[in-house]
Design a protein around this ligand. Structure first.
Ligand SMILES: C[S@@+](CC[C@H](N)C(=O)[O-])C[C@H]1O[C@@H](n2cnc3c(N)ncnc32)[C@H](O)[C@@H]1O
Length: 330
């Protein structure tokens, strides 16, 4: 039920376009004209709280608030934060059973440091990064002594607050197996609190994916989860963000997008890898880099050319054994 002051608030098409374009420019989130009433309905409660009666005044209030406080409020209102633990099991199976062992083996073969950096981009209230933390902990036996890090960002402060709080109940837990619930959560009243072991793997931070400067600072990432986020962006913004992810990933790094989403028409930079459980995008390991890695790891001394060739061959044989079943260029 709307209050009288909320009922008083009107929005013309011009006003909608003005605020819609502002939201798009800043966040990348795009509302088509048929979403005008949705936008209005999301804004009017906040406007009534502020005692602002028309959209134009609210627009100037957000635009000229240098503290960005109102912009952050606006982002809390216009984002769609639907998520759940263990969302899309086939993708997660491909991560735990195929991608993770492959990355671990490749890093060991290449003599790289035992670190894995995973990024949940658009993490909402934390279910996705905590799911990844649980998967990593379950796989820890494969990775003794590894340094694991999960970065998780969102544009909405209110969902990040819930994520940092780490307490959940109801439908979001529907796909969590009872044994996992027992091992990784503590029941506190009606809520399930994520245990410190999983919590400590995740670093939450506020970041707008539409800010190139911040995106450029994200480097050396092994796997990016960017699932169910880009549906809200215009194509132009999708392309720019995917380009940013490409630069953030290490060669050989993987990109997961929502299972019904595609990079078709957005990027040709990635290779689509057909794993048994899901399709995953991969940044190519450059041929030159492959050769450098193999000769330095397996060559013994620089003078021993025959040894180097033998070492590189052994590395290639090993890599071939663990190559995915089939791949195709996108
Ligand atoms: C539908 S949720 C997806 C959550 C999770 N990735 C999943 O698949 O369950 C989309 C999230 O993307 C966030 N988001 C939207 N635009 C963003 C932006 N420009 N920068 C960072 N996060 C954004 C929203 O706040 C929301 O929490």
């Amino acid at each position: 039920m709307l209050t009288d002051s909320e009922n008083d608030i009107q929005m013309s098409l011009d006003e909608f376009i003005m605020i819609r374009d502002f939201i798009h420019e800043k966040s990348g989130i795009y509302f088509a004209e048929n979403k005008m009433y949705l936008v209005k309905n999301r804004l009017i409660k906040r406007m009534a709280e502020l005692g602002i009666k028309n959209i134009r005044d609210y627009f100037y209030h957000v635009k000229y608030d240098v503290s960005l406080k109102e912009f952050n409020q606006l982002m809390n209102l216009v984002t769609t934060n639907e998520t759940s633990f263990f969302r899309n099991e086939p993708q997660l199976l491909s991560f735990s059973e195929e991608v993770l062992p492959l990355l671990v083996k490749e890093k060991l073969v290449a003599g790289e440091s035992k670190t894995l950096k995973i990024w949940s981009a658009g993490c909402s209230s934390g279910e996705e990064p905590y799911t990844l933390a649980i998967i990593l902990l379950e796989k820890m036996i494969l990775m003794p002594g590894w340094n694991l890090e999960i970065l998780a960002n969102d544009i909405s402060e209110s969902v990040l607050q819930r994520a940092r709080n780490g307490e959940y109940s109801g439908i979001t837990l529907r796909n969590v197996a009872p044994a996992i619930l027992n091992r990784y959560f503590t029941k506190v009243g009606e809520m399930y609190r994520i245990n410190p072991e999983a919590k400590s793997l995740v670093k939450f931070f506020h970041m707008n994916l539409n800010e190139g400067r911040r995106m450029n600072m994200m480097t050396g990432v092994d796997v990016i989860f960017f699932r169910n986020v880009m549906i809200y962006f215009s194509d132009e913004v999708k392309k720019q963000i995917i380009r940013g992810f490409y630069n953030s990933l290490k060669p050989g790094g993987f990109l997961y997008i929502g299972h019904s989403e595609t990079l078709h028409g957005l990027s040709k930079a990635f290779r689509l890898v057909y794993f048994k459980n899901a399709l995953v995008y991969r940044k190519e390991i450059q041929k030159a880099e492959k050769e450098i890695v193999h000769t330095t790891v397996f060559s013994g001394t620089a003078a021993s050319t025959a040894g180097a060739a033998g070492g590189a061959k052994r590395a290639m044989d090993l890599l071939n054994k663990i190559k995915p079943m089939s791949t195709v260029n996108k």
